[in-house]
Write a protein that binds this ligand. Structure first.
Ligand code: 5GP
Length: 183
């Protein structure tokens, strides 16, 4: 879905499809370089990371494997529930593997902290994080993220995998919602 198609629903467009594509090419090249000679396992966090996983993996020029986890964090509103549960676990044994967790967005870092300690206990050779978007609170909480697409303001955003009530995931860019959509 193009941003222009539903532009009345937004107060501001943060990143277009082209902005995201350009940044992912840079990150893909960086990851290729950092993991030279190692075969990476990308772990996508469902559902939001579907778009990032698809585009980041194709921006890379080295072999990689992919697996998925689903964790509950937000409900259908805009506030973190604070409840973290594994809804779908990995199909892969990650012991001795080089793992890169692929996230859509890090807000408080609550979801990520839980996920990291859970994955670390499985004995990977290395464990790093890539997120497309990061909010300021994640910086305050010192969540150690190796690759960041964009640092964004503390606003609720939709698009590029990020939803509001299940909608907008298929939006090509990322934008802030207009109040009339959520009030
Ligand atoms: P955290 O645990 O870091 O506070 O929250 C991470 C999760 O909250 C993300 O994976 C995402 O599902 C959701 N989330 C955080 N901020 C936003 C946002 O601005 N928009 C949307 N749609 N989801 C968000």
């Amino acid at each position: 879905m193009d941003l222009e198609h539903v532009s009345d629903d937004f107060t501001r467009v943060l990143y277009t499809e082209a902005d995201i594509e350009r940044r992912l090419q840079e990150l893909g090249a960086q990851i290729d370089q950092d993991y030279d000679g190692k075969e990476l396992l990308l772990i996508g966090v469902l559902n939001g990371a579907v778009m990032v996983m698809a585009d980041l993996s194709r921006a890379m020029n080295s072999h990689c494997h992919m697996d998925w986890m689903a964790i509950s964090s937000y409900g259908s509103g805009t506030k973190s529930s604070g409840v973290v549960r594994i809804l779908k676990d990995l199909n892969t044994d990650i012991s001795e593997r080089h793992v890169l967790v692929v996230e859509d967005i890090i807000d408080t870092g609550l979801t990520l902290s839980y996920l990291l300690s859970n994955l670390a206990s499985r004995g990977p050779a290395s464990l790093e994080i890539m997120t497309m978007f990061r909010k300021p609170e994640a910086l305050e909480n010192r969540v150690d993220v190796r690759y960041v697409g964009f640092d964004i303001p503390n606003e609720f955003v939709v698009g590029y995998g990020l939803d509001f009530g299940g909608r907008y995931r298929n939006l090509k860019g990322v934008a802030t919602l207009a109040p009339h959509v959520y009030s």
